[in-house]
Design a binder for this molecule. Structure first.
Ligand code: SF4
Length: 461
């Protein structure tokens, strides 16, 4: 019978149905980092347990890592202690770790795919909401909490409710200046931040088929912002080409066998879905958030139409009917697990090349991993950014959230390529975040205010 990738992977990884009705699901890959693991390891110690599958568990540091000076010990005592604690735990429990300063360190959702740890038809868990990113390679990837991290460390299993599957088709061609970030912001705007609750999102359609893996990662990354538990794209030739030659991917005949198996795990033509929605790619505009959740977005030149009295208006300072274009910004941030990959940096560099960041704007570029940083430097992108007035930083989560020294101050407004615009998300309790694509952030940094990146592209062609 025709089935979806979701059901095939779920069934293959099911250990049993629990008395609660939940499924006990085997986890193929467990990615860990410094923030959600200290208590989980302490719980293991108290229960005198070992890590069940240390060979399926890999660690790195990302959230608290300073990006300006990454020498140890970190100046922030708490950050240093958290990092040292992860290092001790990984040593004690026999888990491979890419620590701060390592050539392969980076944001956990950037390095997993980069190293080839993330593979199609896998189940993946990580103590971070944006684990859905890994679905871009056809994996079912679950963000989990600290007690679940303990469960996975101890048993390599998770207790999960079965999900429904919504097929999200994006058909047609994106206009120049419109990116994967605009696609997912548009999807969340229409379906709502809770629209995906109880669902896995399967993304497809001709626009998604044409996307690179980096672009698919941007889309899958923000599935969780639309309420979906996981998001994925069926593995195809683009996926296999991306994976070939990566460190943890099988080689030679084993790779060919893996490809044949991965292909068979994709959703079948004629598979039944619990729901289907369709988007016209050509109608998607450069999109920017105006509110305090990622569903509160508009096309950059469009008036905001939310009902007057929405608390987002009071926090952000917009009014019904106003436009985000023309909003003066204080900070421009290019980075994060949504948009901190090489192609994101290339798209932003193409906009800033030969220009200067506006005098009143603090602008920083933070590569998602040390490998992204090296690749960008090999292409001279660091020079492009520095010459334009951006700060060029080391790898980490940086200003995506306020857990390291990169923070907004007071009511500053930040044009950000990250994924959350919640109140206080970027470190200041009153700071304001406008989510947008890296190219839009770059254009805003140069103009000093939010602009439609299509006007910049159009002016140069
Ligand atoms: S970049 Fe942001 S969303 Fe991504 S893992 Fe880091 S803190 Fe989480």
């Amino acid at each position: 019978m025709a089935g979806t990738l979701f059901h095939k992977v779920w069934d293959l990884h099911t250990v049993r149905t629990l008395p609660t009705g939940q499924t006990q699901l085997f986890v193929g890959l467990h990615l860990i980092h410094e923030v959600t693991t200290p208590q989980a390891f302490d719980m293991l110690r108290r229960q005198n347990r070992a890590v069940a599958f240390p060979g399926r568990t890999f660690g790195t540091v990302d959230h608290i890592v300073p990006t300006l000076d990454q020498r140890r010990p970190f100046l922030d005592v708490m950050a240093e202690e958290m990092t040292a604690s992860l290092e001790r735990n990984c040593r004690e429990f026999g888990i491979p770790l890419w620590p701060a300063g390592d050539a392969d360190q980076g944001i956990v959702h950037v390095i997993g795919p980069e190293l080839g740890l993330t593979q199609p038809a896998m189940t993946i868990a990580c103590g971070d909401s944006h684990t859905s990113t890994h679905g871009a390679l056809g994996a079912l990837a679950f963000g989990i909490g600290t007690s679940q991290v303990r469960d996975v460390l101890a048993s390599q299993c998770l207790a999960l409710e079965p999900l429904k599957v919504r097929r999200v088709d994006v058909d047609g061609t994106l206009a120049p200046g419109v990116f994967a970030k605009d696609v997912i912001l548009t999807i969340i705007r229409r379906l709502g931040v809770k629209g995906g609750v109880g669902y896995a999102y399967e993304y497809g359609g001709t626009a998604v088929d044409r996307m690179t893996i980096d672009e698919r990662m941007t889309v899958c990354n923000m599935s969780i912002e639309g309420g979906a538990r996981v998001g994925y794209v069926n593995p195809d030739d683009t996926t296999f080409a991306y994976l070939r030659g990566r460190r943890f991917v099988p080689e030679g005949a084993a790779f060919d066998r893996a490809v044949a198996w991965w292909r068979g795990m994709a959703s079948d033509a004629g598979a039944a879905y619990d729901d289907r929605v369709r988007f016209d790619a050509a109608a998607i505009e450069p999109t920017v958030t105006w509110g305090i959740n990622p569903g509160q977005s508009v096309g950059v030149g469009e008036p905001i139409e939310a009902p007057e009295g929405d608390e987002a208006f009071a926090y952000m300072g917009f009014r019904r009917g106003s436009r985000v274009a023309g909003t003066k910004i204080d900070v421009a941030f290019i980075g994060s697990c949504t948009n901190g990959r090489l192609s994101d940096l290339e798209a932003a560099a193409a906009i800033v090349r030969g220009h200067r960041v506006a005098g009143h704007v603090k602008a920083l570029v933070v590569p998602g991993s040390q490998a992204v940083r090296r690749a960008a430097e090999a292409r001279g992108l660091d020079r492009t950014f520095v010459d334009a007035g951006f700060e060029w930083r080391g790898a980490g989560c940086s200003m995506c959230l306020g857990m390291n020294p990169d923070r907004l101050e007071g009511r500053q407004i930040c044009a950000s390529s990250s994924n959350r615009n919640f109140k206080g998300r970027q470190g200041s309790p009153t700071g304001r975040t406008l989510l947008m694509s890296p190219a839009m952030v770059a254009a805003a940094a140069v103009a000093g205010e939010v602009v439609d990146v299509r006007t910049v592209i159009g002016a140069r062609s």
